[in-house]
Design a binder for this molecule. Sequence first.
Ligand SMILES: CC(C)(COP(=O)(O)OP(=O)(O)OC[C@H]1O[C@@H](n2cnc3c(N)ncnc32)[C@H](O)[C@@H]1OP(=O)(O)O)[C@@H](O)C(=O)NCCC(=O)NCCS
Length: 187
Amino acid sequence: MPPSTFPETVLRTDRLVLRPFTADDVADTQRACSDELTQRWLPLPSPHTLDHASSWCTEISHHLRTSGDGIHFAITDAATGQLLGTVGLKKTDWPALVSEVGYWIAPWARGRGTAAEAARTVGEWLLRQQSFQRLVLFAATGNTASQRVAEKAGFQREGLLRNAGYIHGGRVDLFGYSLIPADLNGT
Ligand SMILES: CC(C)(COP(=O)(O)OP(=O)(O)OC[C@H]1O[C@@H](n2cnc3c(N)ncnc32)[C@H](O)[C@@H]1OP(=O)(O)O)[C@@H](O)C(=O)NCCC(=O)NCCS
């Protein structure tokens, strides 16, 4: 049986367009993934070369959708088309209808609430349009900005996962969050 997959999708808010990555995103993706804060909290290749960014934008991010693992969006500015970051779903459990969200925002786009808006948009699409039952999010206990993103996007903190994360600096404890259909009531 072929794996379940998410359909190729574009999501829009007033100020953001979430769309698949293309070859035009390679240079900005390489710059954003080389950023110190991105490298601090995500176990991305280091140094992050143009080849890494090219593989991600043109092959890996698309393969992760067609394989059934999830779906990865380039977050872009609706007015200018500039790449602002990424938000994606991974480790999707199709029988359980559970997936996990992750994100980074490029250093030139931080400080405008973009990750929370993008995570909420993907969460609403997953739980409403794709009929999923649970979206999880993990943030290192030291990553206060990401915890704030989770809260602003409407996720509820469920607890502490000891030694569950790995970043370049070593193992870290993670706070676990979830968004479920009941959290969307009234929105
Ligand atoms: C986490 C990240 C995606 C947030 O980017 P963003 O959407 O631009 O977030 P903002 O700067 O708008 O901040 C979101 C919230 O966190 C707060 N925040 C940001 N940096 C913070 C810091 N260093 N310490 C405490 N709070 C911080 C902001 O004040 C804001 O909360 P508020 O609206 O209540 O004031 C971005 O910092 C990033 O890409 N980090 C590196 C990669 C990463 O950590 N990914 C997530 C892994 S789980």
